[in-house]
Design a protein around this ligand. Structure first.
Ligand code: HEM
Length: 477
């Protein structure tokens, strides 16, 4: 028989009846098991992620299939056939931890590659662009898509007032309102790193890089009507689909590609390559195949491995690095900061977050330090014991920067409408109609002036886009 104990290891003698003064009497303070059980229960909830609160995760393997060592010295890509363990978490953005999966929303996709040189986290979405390109707007976005301060309900007015107040959002809004706005499951969508990152090769040359993962399961989406029906019977539809597929050994796979831009091309390219509201057209920078990502193992415990997972764009490894993208720059701070609050300062020790390679910094102490705190090893550097020294071999090439410090208004070099217009013209007639009708349903709760502003932006992308949305809104009225 397996025996029940307290957290301190002492036997629990009765887990059915509390201790009372007599059979009908009040409880005794000395019933420490009751106190411990309730006290633990009272603290079982940790803060949910501020966005992307609802999600599902799984482990898998990344395998290199093509040689890209000319662009990066990252060991994860060092040879064809090389395999690296991965943990991935998919999510919706606006809904809370108990939200239904089949909602019209962006899907988040966070990947942790446990490389031999440390963890590389790629924290992206199922869309290649984002709503805006200045991180000061990020808290506003979340306030606009989450609950209204007065009613505690979601508000189409807040949502669309915000989006249409930022014309650069049209590209992302077009994707979210398109037939791809409600993926049938996490397995049936492409995944994007979205930002421009950098690669550094063995000769210390820098390339700008974007990451794309194409689903091998095929794209599958739900219409608004199908989604309503799915949510009615299963709020965990995407989570269940992923879990069941892996349990049934039907492992989901994606093919990984990169787009590569030599460092010196950035200044001459016709658009700002660090603008997160834009894609690099494949005609200019073709997709280069790199490898295969497969998910093949479900976590043993959802809270320990999925809820406590912490992904941070700041986690890069030698050969993979950042770019001047303003949004990425802010994200380098925000995730670790959120996780120090959500999980604590030592969250990197939680097994799902810990690197699989040796890791030692001089960080010490802090709440929930459970790894022995490096015992007697010196905690200062410089030291005379030859303990952990910095590694200058991994220094990146200097990045030339010019310009005066200011709050630069990025709207001055803006073309908000060409790329959403091009995306619209790629759609079939049926896809265009779905875009019009999805938009009309989503914006119907917003005021007339907000609707007009959106129609006007759509019209600037393509007159047929504006006319189609206007007609669909009229048809609903
Ligand atoms: C989650 C901040 C933009 C993808 C989060 C979290 C924060 C955050 C604080 C919660 C982290 C946690 O508690 O573990 C920001 C800020 C942004 C930004 C400040 C812009 C300035 C983006 C963009 C993408 C993205 C552009 C995708 C390209 C995600 C994903 C998660 C997430 C996938 C969930 C990670 C997980 O599964 O644990 N973001 N974010 N975010 N964000 Fe962002």
């Amino acid at each position: 028989m397996k025996k029940l104990t307290t957290a301190a290891g002492a036997p629990v003698v009765d887990n059915q009846n509390i201790q009372t003064a007599g059979p009908r009497g009040p409880a005794l303070l000395q019933d420490v098991w009751l106190l411990e059980k309730l006290a633990h229960f009272d603290r079982e909830v940790i803060p949910e992620r501020r966005m992307h609160a609802k999600g599902a995760g799984a482990y898998g393997t990344f395998t290199v299939t093509h040689d890209i060592t000319q662009y990066t010295r990252a060991r994860i890509f060092s040879e064809i056939g090389k395999q690296t363990e991965v943990f991935m978490r998919f999510s919706t953005v606006a809904g809370e931890r108990g939200a239904a999966d089949a909602e019209r929303d962006i899907r988040g996709v966070a990947m942790k590659f446990y490389t031999e040189e440390g963890n590389w986290d790629l924290v992206g979405n199922n869309t290649p662009v984002f709503f805006f390109r200045d991180p000061l707007k990020f808290p506003d976005l979340n306030h606009a898509v989450k609950r209204d301060p007065r009613t505690g309900m979601r508000s189409a007015q807040n949502n669309w007032e915000f989006w249409t107040g930022l014309p650069e959002a049209l590209h992302q809004v077009t994707i979210v309102m398109s037939d791809r706005g409600i993926p049938a499951g996490f397995r049936n969508m492409h995944l994007f790193g979205s930002h421009t990152f950098s690669f550094i090769n063995a000769d210390n040359e820098r390339y700008w890089v974007k990451f794309t993962f194409k689903t091998q399961q095929g794209i599958k989406n739900l219409t608004d009507a199908q989604a309503q029906e799915v949510v009615g019977r299963d709020r965990e539809s995407s989570q269940r689909d992923l879990f069941d597929a892996i349990e049934n050994s039907d492992y989901p796979r994606w093919t990984m590609y990169v787009q590569i831009m030599p460092e010196k091309d950035a200044g001459a390219y016709h658009l700002n390559p660090f603008d997160l509201t834009k894609v690099w057209p494949h005609g200019d920078y073709p997709l280069i195949e790199v490898g295969q990502l497969e998910l093949n193992r479900n976590p043993e415990n959802f809270f320990a491995e999925v809820e406590q997972a912490a992904f941070a764009p700041a986690n890069v490894v030698p050969g993979i690095s950042f770019s001047p993208d303003k949004m990425l720059q802010a994200r380098l701070f925000s995730y670790g900061d959120a996780q120090r609050y959500r999980l604590g300062v030592n969250h990197h020790q939680i097994p799902v977050n810990a690197p699989k390679c040796p890791f030692h910094s001089y960080h010490r102490d802090g709440a929930m330090r459970v790894d022995g705190n490096h015992g007697r090893i010196t905690a200062n550097e410089p030291n005379t014991q030859g303990e952990w020294q910095e590694q200058p071999d991994y220094r990146e090439p200097p990045l030339s920067i010019e310009g005066a410090a200011d709050h630069w208004n990025h709207r001055e070099d803006s073309d908000y409408f060409s790329q959403p217009g091009a995306l619209f013209r790629l759609m079939s007639e049926q896809q265009k109609q779905a875009l019009f009708e999805n938009t009309a349903r989503a914006i119907s709760g917003a005021s007339r002036d907000v609707q007009e502003r959106h129609i006007q932006h759509c019209g600037q992308a393509d007159p047929a886009y504006g006319a189609g949305v206007a007609a669909a809104i009229r048809a609903l009225a």
